[in-house]
Design a protein around this ligand. Structure first.
Ligand SMILES: NC(=O)C1=CN([C@@H]2O[C@H](COP(=O)(O)OP(=O)(O)OC[C@H]3O[C@@H](n4cnc5c(N)ncnc54)[C@H](O)[C@@H]3O)[C@@H](O)[C@H]2O)C=CC1
Ligand SMILES: O=C(CO)COP(=O)(O)O
Length: 465
């Protein structure tokens, strides 16, 4: 059985320097190279050799002020998790300067061996990525502090619920010039107001953090289906380009997005000031726009799941997605006026709403190929957006089975983000007196907590809290 704790974990460490991945070994390039709007760095990146000579010097990106010495992925791999799809995909590529990938689990295999030991022995994650050799320079290490010791690039990929504990544990342990990127879709709500995960990382660890969000169902990326993602960044375009370079593959197209400095909204300032005796000083950039897209779309996905569970049809689903997107944009801009409208047209915005709210497949018994389709459907029915899927089952049960129970049963150790995010959003709306302005968001929370029936999702205007 798997036993997870923030105290223990796995790290995968590389001791050889990076070399960019070999594009000729990749398949499934969707767009011609010229149409991929990457930086010149990223377009030349995939052509370099797959494995570095053991004595190559550390990579110094021509665009980046950062000398890429070591990269640590802070994650906890699970079946079909984003951590596995991205974190380990990164590690598969020995293009990276990564001495380490930290996997927050001290998981024992059925034979009693530690997964970390087996990864180090076989250079393979026999449980979650069997049959695939990790980059030669990858080492597993169960000690979080040790994992970040040499790293100057940190990738965070865990459910948002655990980020507070992880940051607390790392406080004071991350030193030198370190850059972070968060792939975590979610936020924390403190008494002083909402705190995006990238801000939490920055505040707790004293380092800059970009974000990467997008329409990225993990298992599709794991099988190299073409996808896009958006990197949100604060100050430095060079840092964003470095992350784009690290994450990009022919089947994973990453685009950087920036917003300009601005003050937080009046209400947000009031919230912050209330908790900090007026001393709060927050700088806001579009890293928040990208991150709020990734965070809030999980609430919309829950709403879409209710619609599916009640078999309300595509028009209703489209209406809920549109209203959800509108509330996403409105809340993001109220919280952070610097958020740009155009961000909602990036992968992190409308595309993520679509992918997370869509059903994986429809069973069609009318087609000539119905048997094949049913088999394919049954094989794939367990994939796709988890928030939508669990909410669908919740609605089918008439709201009688709790989300906790369904999460444990359906996700087998994975974590649902949408239900806790709906609660966190509700707290913010309630605190700011905005509940009536966001009827869909507040109705979702009330359905999740059993105060309203799932059917209320289309009567949301009647349920002003
Ligand atoms: N899975 C996906 O398709 C995508 C996920 N994301 C985001 O990436 C983040 C991570 O998602 P996944 O990798 O899918 O996570 P996940 O839902 O697979 O959870 C990862 C692991 O965290 C573990 N965990 C349990 N207790 C823990 C603790 N105390 N400390 C640390 N970890 C603990 C869980 O057991 C699980 O194995 C989330 O914010 C998610 O919204 C983003 C894009 C796609
Ligand atoms: O964020 C995701 C896809 O972009 C994954 O969504 P779920 O957490 O609903 O599976």
């Amino acid at each position: 059985m798997a036993a997870y704790s923030i105290e223990e974990g796995i790290t995968v460490t590389t001791r050889t320097p990076p070399s960019p991945r070999n594009v000729s070994s990749q398949t499934g390039s969707y767009l011609p190279c010229e149409s991929v709007p990457h930086s010149s760095l990223s377009s030349s990146f995939p052509l370099l050799p797959l494995l570095p000579p053991p004595s190559s010097p550390p990579l110094v990106s021509p665009l980046s002020p950062l000398c890429l010495q070591a990269l640590t992925v802070i994650s906890n791999p699970g079946l079909r998790s984003w951590a596995v799809a991205t974190g380990e995909a990164l590690l598969l590529s020995s293009s990276l300067p990564m001495p380490s990938s930290f996997l927050l689990s001290m998981e024992l295999l059925p034979n009693g061996e530690k997964l970390t030991d087996v990864i180090n022995k076989t250079n393979e994650n026999v449980k979650y990525l069997p049959g695939i050799k990790l980059g030669r320079n990858v080492v597993a290490d169960p000690d979080l502090e040790n994992a970040v010791k040499e790293a100057n690039m940190l990738v965070f990929v865990t459910p948002h619920q655990f980020m507070g504990g992880i940051c607390k544990k790392l406080k004071g342990k991350v030193t030198g010039e370190v850059e972070a990127i968060s792939l975590v879709k979610g936020m924390e709500v403190k008494k002083e107001g909402p705190c995006m995960i990238s801000s939490l990382i920055s505040k707790e660890l004293g380092i800059n953090s970009c974000v990467l969000m997008g329409a990225n169902i993990a298992n599709e990326i794991a099988v190299e289906k073409f996808s896009e993602a958006t990197v949100g960044y604060r100050e430095s375009r060079e840092i964003a380009d470095t992350w784009v370079q690290l994450f990009s593959t022919p089947y994973f197209m990453v685009t950087p997005v920036r917003n300009f400095h601005s003050s937080p909204s009046v209400c947000h300032s009031r919230l912050l000031n209330a908790g900090n005796n007026g001393k709060a000083c927050v700088k806001v950039h579009d890293v928040e726009g990208v991150e709020l897209c990734g965070t809030l779309k999980n609430v919309v996905a829950i709403a879409a799941g209710f619609v599916d569970g009640l078999e309300m049809g595509n028009n209703t689903k489209a209406a809920i997605m549109r209203i959800g997107l509108r509330e996403m944009r409105a809340l993001s801009k109220l919280l952070f006026p610097s958020v740009k409208d155009s961000t909602f047209f990036e992968s992190c915005g409308v595309a993520d709403v679509i992918t997370t709210c869509c059903k994986d497949c429809e069973l069609s018994f009318c087609s000539l190929l119905s048997i094949v389709k049913v088999i394919v459907a049954l094989l794939t029915i367990t994939v796709g957006g988890r928030n939508r899927r669990v909410a669908e089952t919740f609605a089918q049960s008439g709201g009688k089975r709790s989300f906790d129970e369904l999460e444990a049963e359906m996700l087998q150790g994975q974590k649902l983000q949408g239900v806790s995010t709906a609660r966190e959003v509700y707290e913010v709306l309630n605190h700011c007196g905005w509940l009536e302005m966001f009827p869909l968001f507040s109705t979702v929370h009330q359905i999740c907590t059993g105060r309203l029936k799932p059917e209320a999702i289309v009567h949301y205007r009647d349920h002003k809290a």
